[in-house]
Design a binder for this molecule. Sequence first.
Ligand code: GLU
Length: 305
Amino acid sequence: MAAELERFLSRLNAEIRDEADWGMVATYIPELAEVDPQQFGIAVVTADGAIATAGDAERRFSIQSISKVFSLACVLGRIGDQIWARVGREPSGARFDSILLLEREQGRPRNPFINAGAIVTTDELLTGRTPRDALSEIVGFLRAAAEDDDIHIDKSVAASEAESGFRNVALANYLKSYGNLNNPPQMTLGTYFHQCAIEMTCVQLALAGRAIAGLPGAPSVVSAVKARRLNALMMLCGHYDGSGDFAFRVGLPGKSGVGGGILLIAPGRASVAIWSPGLNAYGNSKAGTVAAERLAAHMGWSVFA
Ligand code: GLU
């Protein structure tokens, strides 16, 4: 299968580049606005342990919101179901940084993958610990999951977001006013911005997703039950208010980030990372979503079949 998959990915890479329908890079984080949108990479790790890649699969990119899956995995490992007292697990149907939704729900974010929910998750990881320790736990989790220590935080992206992340500042202050933030807003936000600024390659991210995909031989960083729950949340909430469209088109759980990355899980079959920095109207990778759709269709991968 590896050679056939490698051939398919190489065709897919050529198609995506020919079509050149890249979308727009995120501009609200100045460092991300500098990234050339005309890039595409994909890495697929299958159940037999083979890795197939195409395009810019070895280039590092800012994982941004994909980090929320891993910070939630850390929190679930630490306090388990207690986190659900602070954050819900329903699709949002609203922008990823909606303030309106948070106000309507009186400070309990709809799910852990919208910004407000992820800020609460990070706040939980921080409780009783320093930002350095909380970040070490998330980066350590990723390193263990990918079996690769060369995973780091891009401090200039974190600083860039800290200078311009006014909506996240508003969300953190709202959460604090509702009593749903244990730490000072600036401290939780600083940690959250650094977590979002982790950079990885597609190969590293696909390897890190093996445990969530339940692939044989994956490092045991998360239990099977928790992996199932992470997949359920990714399916319903992983692409913000584009989650229904993504489920309809791709049929697999995934999590996007505004850096243009997508972690895509074919449970029991494969862990996939796709990167193309231009975004669609929902703030998800435009070419990346097309590639996910074509890969799933070609392989016959769907959680619904
Ligand atoms: N750091 C980004 C923010 O908070 C993450 C959003 C995303 O990747 O979708 O705005």
